[in-house]
Design a protein around this ligand. Structure first.
Ligand code: NAD
Ligand code: ZN
Length: 390
């Protein structure tokens, strides 16, 4: 089958590889109909996530048709159309029972690597390095889905793939980020990053009752979409003193909650970001946490900072004193996607939201390597790339 594979930093290839087979009685094999490229894939593309190997199959935003199921699968049958969450839950450990799927105790066979590197391991993830299980990803014609009863959402007939594909990751991610803000009527939410996750967070913040959302980015096309979603916008290229501006816009208080939908690869012209960039280049630092610093500095006393943006290692010059002094609540993490898929499908069926508005490119798999390059370099043009398999 054809698959998009990681060949090294800034190198993605279309390769012919072996089709997956059932390895475990709880597996299913799915013929992929649509997949997407995520901002998280860029952290792999840019070489910031360790333990990728040449030839690894990329992709964790995937849906398709079930072709084969293992002998112990109960809820899923051949022919079902399913969306696959990016994080893998076993469905049985205490965390999965508590709907904390992204910290499943059983799905990462290589847990020892993140335990050594980070002090703790999360769940296995599709197409996201060997330290997260080495699972083959979904930017391919077929994918093996472990524990498929837990890691699937059956889609009723008659709904286009594009409307439901993002239930695999970014819609639940934006929604959980907003839910983590504990929004109350009248609240103002500031969101850094108007990429797919930020845009889904804007929509979700409004769905959850926010009165105002302020979006911060520097890419005109993305800011335009944020505005179309009802957000006020700030281009951080025009306004350097973001914290002052947010204070000004909120009567001197600061936003009630701040969402960092950027993560470890923040851009910008601050001195601290310049230091982060140098340290990351010479491998003396793992992350560029400038957005997180600003979110903490900007948030009102007693407010909430919610972090869907991915971080990898140890953060430098982190204003924990400010966070402590302000009595902030901080919430973060990989999304417990399975918990949100069904309720958010209902939101889509109810016409509360159609997440497909973020799609900027529809390609076939052969154009995958160009799309990675474009998505990494030209954010004004590329917002979300969807790969059509047939
Ligand atoms: P993306 O790369 O498309 O978007 C990131 C946006 O951040 C870009 O528009 C960029 O211009 C903007 N940005 C960069 N520096 C900024 C700054 N200093 N201030 C304001 N904006 C800035 O990525 P995405 O797909 O939207 O994902 C966003 C983040 O969420 C990534 O870190 C991704 O890995 C993460 N993510 C996390 C989860 C999860 O489970 N927690 C799931 C999916 C994605
Ligand atoms: Zn993702």
């Amino acid at each position: 089958m054809k698959a998009l594979t990681w060949e090294g930093k800034h190198s993605i290839a279309v390769k012919n590889v072996h089709e997956p087979t059932i390895l475990n009685p709880l597996d299913a094999i799915v013929k992929v109909t649509t997949a997407a490229i995520c901002g998280s894939d860029l952290h792999l593309y840019n070489g910031y996530i360790p333990t990728m190997r040449k030839g690894d199959i990329m992709g964790h935003e995937t849906m398709g048709e079930v072709m084969e199921v293992g002998s112990m699968v109960k809820n899923i049958k051949v022919g079902d159309r399913i969306v696959i969450p990016f994080d893998i839950g076993c469905g049985h450990c205490q965390h999965c029972q508590d709907e904390e799927y992204s910290v499943c105790d059983n799905s990462n066979p290589n847990f020892i690597i993140p335990e050594k590197l980070y002090g703790h391991s999360g769940a296995g993830l599709f197409g996201y390095s060997h330290m997260y299980g080495g699972y083959a990803g979904g930017q391919a014609e077929y994918i093996r889905v472990p524990y498929v009863d837990t890691n699937s959402l059956v889609i009723p007939p008659g709904i286009d793939d594009e409307k439901v594909l993002f239930l695999s990751d970014i819609f639940p991610t934006g929604y959980m980020a907003a839910e983590n803000c504990n929004i109350k009527p009248g609240d103002t939410v500031a969101i850094w990053g108007a990429g797919p996750v930020g845009l889904m967070a804007i929509k979700s913040a409004f769905l959850l009752g926010a009165e105002r959302v302020i979006a911060i980015d520097h890419v005109p096309a993305r800011l335009k979409l944020a505005q179309d979603c009802g957000a006020e916008i700030i281009n951080y290229e025009d306004i350097d003193a973001i914290t002052d501006q947010l204070s000004f816009l909120t009567g001197g208080r600061g936003p009630d909650s701040c969402i960092d939908a950027v993560g470890m690869e923040a851009h910008g012209h601050t001195i601290l970001n310049a230091i982060d960039t140098v340290k990351q280049k010479i491998k003396l630092g793992t992350d560029r946490p400038d957005v997180l610093r600003r979110a903490i500095q900007s948030c009102r006393e007693g407010g909430t900072v919610s972090v869907p943006g991915v971080y990898g290692g140890l953060l430098d010059k982190f204003p924990f004193g400010a966070a402590f002094g302000k009595g902030l609540t901080m919430k973060m993490g990989q999304t417990h996607t399975q918990k949100y898929m069904k309720p958010l499908l209902d939101r889509i069926l109810n016409d509360d939201i159609d997440p497909s508005f973020i799609i900027s490119h529809r390609i076939d798999i052969d154009k995958g390597p160009d799309a990675y390059e474009g998505f990494n370099e030209e954010k004004d043009e590329y917002i979300k790339v969807v790969i059509k398999m047939q």
